[in-house]
Design a protein around this ligand. Structure first.
Ligand SMILES: NC(=O)c1ccc[n+]([C@@H]2O[C@H](COP(=O)([O-])OP(=O)(O)OC[C@H]3O[C@@H](n4cnc5c(N)ncnc54)[C@H](OP(=O)(O)O)[C@@H]3O)[C@@H](O)[C@H]2O)c1
Length: 82
């Protein structure tokens, strides 16, 4: 999983950099963690359904604003420190 984890860390860094560069335009940029989701990748033991994960992420997209720019957010809206 080293390459997978590195790619996610790289993605977070891109999002953080974009959030800094686009803030003056009023554009909000965040990373979203879908949760551990019952998909092909997440497997049958994952606790979060696809509907619940998507509902949470859509809610964040609908409600988040410039105050949250650059943050890494869980599907339930809580901030993930990294
Ligand atoms: N599930 C989780 O618990 C979880 C947790 C954290 C983050 N994530 C992230 O959420 C995202 C979606 O994951 P998922 O759980 O929905 O995974 P998934 O059910 O395994 O689906 C992965 C999707 O990516 C497509 N894909 C894979 N390799 C590709 C390639 N080389 N080119 C184009 N498409 C490709 C697959 O296409 P095909 O159907 O055609 O194969 C499939 O539609 C991923 O970025 C994953 O890292 C998931």
């Amino acid at each position: 999983m080293y390459i997978y984890r590195s790619s996610k860390t790289g993605l977070n860094q891109v999002v953080k950099s974009l959030s800094v560069d686009l803030k003056f335009l009023g554009i909000t940029v965040v990373s979203l963690h879908p949760g551990w989701v019952k998909t092909d990748m997440g497997g049958p033991n994952a606790p979060v359904t696809i509907d619940k994960s998507i509902e949470g992420m859509v809610n964040i997209i609908d409600t988040t604003d410039i105050k949250s720019t650059g943050k890494f957010l869980n599907y339930d809206g809580t901030e993930l420190p990294w």
